[in-house]
Design a protein around this ligand. Structure first.
Ligand SMILES: *Cc1c(COP(=O)(O)O)cnc(C)c1O
Length: 375
């Protein structure tokens, strides 16, 4: 039997024709017609006027912070429960992260906890400049609550929607609520360009600034004129060609992942000690990854033991993100609460969820879990 990976790339078959076309046209560069078309098509998909295709989601977060004027004297609020790239970007600009615990239902940044902390901070010190909410594993944060908090305290919002392409909050895409949003097209994300990212905004000014910084900050002049520090962060025309084919299949990919989740849930719901992250009533969870919580008392073994049992059957499962407040590199930064994120990590396991999985593949995973439960 072949190894089941967590979330491998899922090609549509249309990628090679578009890549061939890019090669034949000699647009083998970090610009070109596929880049422009991908930006336009992506903007239409998420409901934003201006998108800039970038080399990675991490590059998008970095530039988002720069163009919003966030620097070394600032603090930026984010979720402790996230992939490190979110918090790394805050450090790239020299700012200090303030980590907030998750809600136990959505697993996302807890708005009530954040509001209380801001109230306390407003009496004793300087407020952070920005909030960087993360829409984890394909589920939106509570955007009405977060937008109200940003209005109340005068905070800039930058959204990390790297894991949430295809998700909704009401009828809008997470990533389209703040000053800007960022998506990732890494190999394991909902769609892939092999590696890449997107910056999106409704502000022509922010978009133009990101575009400029991502292409080495060239000023409009015939020679190379530079007035600020630039980066080489653009997406290549070849990668954008792949992205265009992938984007067309987005809705199918979301439905496939939701069906995989449903199959896991139906089969495992009877197993004592296994629970699933709920889908919040305010929007659509893409189930980018199906994540379970393993209660060791009820299940009979803990998350790590179960992971090793799956590994022995050549099935790749991964612990939920280890929270930033437990990471050595982020010791010394403020953490507000933390018990929920720590528990979600301790008991949390992400199961293989690639959109190309067959029902037989999912059966193979659930059979191992069912067997582990009864031994
Ligand atoms: C994947 C991811 C990123 C980074 O995106 P890259 O394209 O890999 O740089 C940022 N934040 C979160 C939450 C992610 O999952």
């Amino acid at each position: 039997m072949t190894r089941l990976h967590l979330s491998p790339p899922h090609l549509t078959g249309e990628e090679s024709a578009l890549v061939q076309e890019a090669l034949a046209s000699n647009w083998v560069a970090p610009l070109g017609p596929h880049v422009e078309a991908f930006e336009r098509e992506f903007g239409a998909a998420v409901g934003l006027d201006h998108c800039v295709a970038l080399a990675s989601g991490s590059a998008g977060l970095h530039l988002s912070l720069i163009v919003n004027g966030i620097g070394a004297d600032d603090e930026v609020i984010t979720s402790s429960l996230t992939f490190a790239a979110t918090a790394f970007a805050i450090r790239y600009v020299g700012a200090r992260p303030v980590f907030i615990d998750s809600r136990p239902d959505s697993w996302n940044l807890d708005p009530a906890l954040l509001d209380e902390w801001l109230e306390r901070r407003s009496r004793t010190g300087k407020l952070p400049r920005a909030v960087l909410p993360v829409h984890l594993y394909g589920q939106s944060c509570d955007m009405n609550a977060l937008v109200a908090i940003c209005d109340r305290w005068g905070l800039i919002m930058i959204e990390d929607a790297a894991e949430a392409l295809g998700a909704s909050y009401g009828n809008r895409a997470p990533g389209s609520f703040g000053s800007c949003g960022v998506w990732s097209f890494n190999g394991n994300k909902m769609i892939t360009t092999s590696g890449g990212g997107m910056f999106g905004t409704n502000s022509p000014v922010l978009a133009a600034h990101v575009r400029k910084l991502a292409t080495q900050a060239r000023e409009p002049a015939p020679h190379y004129q530079h007035e600020e520090i630039g980066y080489n962060y653009r997406l290549s025309n070849i990668c954008a060609a792949i992205g265009r084919a992938q984007l067309k299949a987005l809705e199918d990919r979301v439905m496939a992942r939701r069906n995989i989740f449903e199959q896991y849930r139906r089969t495992l719901t009877q197993v004592p000690g296994i629970t699933f992250a709920p889908e919040m009533s305010y929007g659509r969870h893409t189930r980018w990854l199906t994540c379970i919580q393993v209660d060791p008392m009820a299940f009979g073994s803990d998350r790590e033991a179960l992971r090793l049992i799956l590994e022995a059957a050549d099935i790749e499962a991964r612990p939920v993100w280890k929270p930033m407040h437990e990471q050595p590199v982020f010791q010394g930064f403020e953490m507000v609460g933390g018990a929920i994120a720590s528990r979600l990590f301790r008991d949390g396991l992400c199961l293989p969820s690639g959109s190309a999985m067959s029902t037989g593949d999912v059966d193979r995973v659930t059979a191992v879990i069912l067997a582990a439960a009864t031994t």
